[in-house]
Design a protein around this ligand. Structure first.
Ligand SMILES: C[S@@+](CC[C@H](N)C(=O)[O-])C[C@H]1O[C@@H](n2cnc3c(N)ncnc32)[C@H](O)[C@@H]1O
Ligand code: SF4
Ligand code: SF4
Length: 313
């Protein structure tokens, strides 16, 4: 049955990061810092290759390109899943000038990545505030150096996490996007990937003024990601999704990255993990629109009123 098969995977191969973004709960959820060794990555892929994964995000709670073999991570994935759309996000806060190691890793990786998100949220001081200790000048240098890099067929887009303090900067980032010949501007309304914190508890995720919401609605509706008619029974993660941390832990989704893992892919088969009672409880809770504790602060659900106001279909 199709619903039993995994078609979407979110796979973390490093939890190292050079930033501490204000909206990211990385610090609360990661364990010991590590890059997944390639022999383990190979084993992980071997264990999931019978699933028809159509789209995969090779990222997690870290900066993917800090993995010293990230080009091989991408290549190995594409060898196992040649038809899968591979998506990666990067914070663009590293040196890719000529003859640097990271330039060569990025260049090689682009052969295997179908869509690369440049995560840029806010302009100048707002960017530096929310992406601390990122530097605006470093981003600009990265974009300049990137102009000389072969993108192959990779669609390089901008992913902008919107919060109540950076709405007014969207237009400036859109201009920067065009100047650098980047693909679409994706606006993601900031979420909270933590079971115990609600979006309404944080002014950044809930403090939008009516004027800001109307501005978003009238100017950026087509760029805003999400679904306003969403309900728990629509959750694709419990049906066809897979989230794996650098340690091999299986979680349900990226909306609750603090969740207790359901198993570990280096010890259990993915099919067994998905049959465990705990996994099934969360899955059945969503399917019957009767969510368990795991889903009680799901940002997809909490975003519904805002996305409805913004008239996002
Ligand atoms: C967790 S990051 C990992 C990749 C890389 N470190 C980066 O920042 O691009 C993946 C994507 O999630 C976005 N993100 C992080 N926290 C978020 C949140 N609370 N709500 C929405 N998007 C978020 C980031 O901006 C980035 O585009
Ligand atoms: S959003 Fe990305 S860059 Fe920022 S702290 Fe999280 S993982 Fe690091
Ligand atoms: S928290 Fe629950 S409902 Fe939300 S995405 Fe995750 S599994 Fe689905």
């Amino acid at each position: 049955m199709e619903s039993k098969l995994i078609t979407y995977a979110y796979l973390e191969t490093t939890n190292y990061c050079n930033l501490d973004c204000s909206f990211c709960n990385r610090k609360n959820v990661i364990g010991e810092l590590q890059h997944m060794p390639l022999h383990k990555w190979e084993k992980l892929l071997e264990g999931i290759k019978h699933h028809p994964i159509k789209e995969a995000k090779l990222m997690g709670m870290g900066e993917p390109f800090l993995h010293p073999d990230f080009d091989h991570v991408c290549r190995m994935f594409k060898e196992v899943f040649p038809k899968c759309k591979v998506i990666v996000a990067t914070n663009c806060q590293f040196d890719i000038s000529r003859r640097t190691k990271l330039r060569s890793i990025l260049e090689d990786s682009l052969k295997y990545i179908d869509m690369l998100y440049f995560s840029i949220d806010g302009y100048k001081e707002n960017y530096e505030r929310d992406r601390a200790p990122a530097k605006w000048s470093k981003l600009i240098q990265f974009l300049k150096d990137f102009k000389m890099i072969n993108r192959y067929d990779c669609d390089v887009v901008v992913n902008y996490v919107v919060n109540a303090y950076n709405v007014e900067d969207i237009e400036k980032i859109d201009k920067l996007r065009k100047e650098n010949k980047l693909g679409m501007l994706r606006l993601n309304i900031a979420q909270i990937w933590d079971e115990d914190i609600k979006m309404e508890d944080d002014i950044r995720t809930y403090g939008y003024t009516t004027k800001q919401l109307d501005y978003l609605k009238h100017n950026w509706g087509e760029n805003i990601m999400g679904k306003s008619g969403w309900d728990f029974e629509d959750c694709f993660w419990v049906k066809n999704g897979l989230y794996v941390t650098v340690e091999g832990y299986v979680k349900m989704c990226c909306m609750n990255t603090e969740a207790i893992p359901f198993g570990n892919l280096f010890e259990n088969s993915i099919d067994d993990v998905r049959l465990t009672d705990e996994y099934q409880k969360v899955k059945n809770g969503c399917s019957t629109n009767n969510p368990t504790k795991h889903c009680k602060s799901c940002s997809y659900k909490e975003l519904v009123p805002m996305l409805s106001y913004l008239e996002i279909q």
